[in-house]
Write a protein that binds this ligand. Structure first.
Ligand SMILES: [Zn+2]
Length: 412
């Protein structure tokens, strides 16, 4: 009987040992196994930055990392192969981290960031993602060639601005008003045309330019612009008939004319395309009887600069469009007689006055050299001639300058 009870006690001890061994094996399997043997790497996703794109200022990268078993161990970022910087992993299994990089700490140019997620297993399974991007924290640089910084009274100031990179915005301010720029067959060359009045004060003026590059870097630069004196011819005493004297003295008539011309010139300001090509041509054949800007006196007592170029010839002499454009006025005016205005775009207009006949209609597209009318003596004149005018953004300038110089591009 004693032997029996001893062998039973023995059996019970064996069972307990076996149970412990099984418990240890299972425990190892459940708790330590994944840590030692698990081989699935974490998942890792980056968003917020488009690969290859250019950035400035702060760059925000959203990092999303997960590891179900045994959980996330570490997350690091490495900029351009420098030593890895650890990011704080808050959650055990799933991390959403917003990482901000101040690109001002990097040089302009191409960079890359390597993000590494490592799990807690002994094997240290890792997943890596690389981001490539370009940094540009430098605003555009502007240049204005010296020949573009000077103009005479009654002439055209053509400001050419060169940039070292394409810009999304380029605006200017001179003479206390805003000026607009248009690109000239290039993403780095821009032009603004400004008419300088015959009595514009001669001195140096500051031109302030503001430019923004394609990703938002902005600059402001100031350049000196010099307006120089033009010596205009003086003299000429114009005797008008009593009827024409009456028209000249009737301010309502000239106001009416100027309102209509103003509307026509404004259409050229709205036309952002450059319609003209190369140099302008003289609008007609004949004798130059009064150059642009000549200071004249009338028998009405009025003294003023002549704001056009007079070319005299017989009535019926053909009048041609000085350049390509769109007809913005074609009607009889009081002072200017039968008149045509052509818009060449970007604020540039030419006018043809005192015609005996108008051969175009408002809205017509005309080519350089097209016959648009015939010379005459309508309106306030002393004989048949063409009063050929040019207006740049509302200011009368010498049309002759445009026959000598090609304003399309920079002079070589
Ligand atoms: Zn005239």
């Amino acid at each position: 009987m004693r032997d029996d009870s001893t062998s039973k006690q023995h059996q019970n001890r064996h069972r307990w040992v076996l149970f412990l061994i099984i418990a240890v094996v299972l425990g190892f399997g459940f708790y330590l196994g994944p840590i030692l043997l698990e081989s699935t790497p974490p998942t890792l996703e980056l968003s917020g930055v488009e690969g290859g794109k250019t950035y400035r200022g702060h760059l925000t990268v959203n990092i999303s990392a997960s590891d179900e078993r045994p959980g996330l161990g570490s997350l690091t970022v490495q900029i351009d192969g420098d030593s890895p910087q650890p990011l704080e992993v808050v959650a055990a299994k799933h991390g959403e981290i917003t990482w901000t990089l101040d690109t001002a700490l990097l040089a302009d140019g191409a960079h890359h960031v390597l993000v590494t997620a490592t799990d807690k297993s002994l094997r240290k399974n890792t997943t890596q993602q690389q981001l490539k991007f370009v940094v540009d924290n430098t605003p555009p640089q502007l240049q204005i060639p010296p020949e573009s910084r000077r103009a005479g009274q009654g002439r055209t100031l053509a400001i050419f601005a060169q940039t070292d990179e394409p810009v999304s915005v380029l605006t200017g301010e001179i003479f206390n008003r805003q000026i607009s720029f248009h690109s000239v067959n290039s993403t780095t060359l821009y032009r603004s045309l400004i008419g300088i009045g015959v009595t514009h004060a001669t001195k140096e003026y500051p031109l302030t330019l503001k430019a923004t590059d394609l990703i938002g870097n902005t600059t402001q630069q100031t350049f000196p612009i010099e307006i120089v004196k033009t010596v205009f011819k003086r003299g000429g005493y114009i005797v008008l008939s009593p009827a024409k004297k009456k028209i000249m003295m009737d301010k309502s008539k000239s106001r009416e004319d100027n309102a209509k011309r103003g509307i026509a010139y404004a259409k050229a300001n709205k036309e952002s395309m450059q319609l003209w090509e190369g140099k302008f041509i003289r609008a007609t054949e004949g004798r130059l009887t009064s150059p642009f800007g000549k200071y004249r006196e009338y028998n009405t007592g009025v003294r003023r600069h002549h704001l056009g170029t007079d070319i005299a010839n017989d009535t019926g002499t053909p009048i041609y469009a000085s350049n390509h454009g769109i007809v913005t006025l074609a009607e009889r005016l009081h002072i200017y007689g039968n008149a045509i205005v052509i818009s060449h775009g970007q604020g540039v207009s030419t006018s043809y006055n005192h015609l005996s006949e108008i051969r175009v209609q408002i809205g017509d597209r005309v080519q350089k050299g097209k016959l648009i009318g015939l010379m005459g003596a309508t309106g306030q004149v002393t004989g048949p001639h063409l009063h050929w005018g040019m207006v740049i953004n509302g200011v009368a300038v010498a049309p002759e300058e445009w026959t000598e110089r090609d304003f399309s591009g920079l002079e070589k």
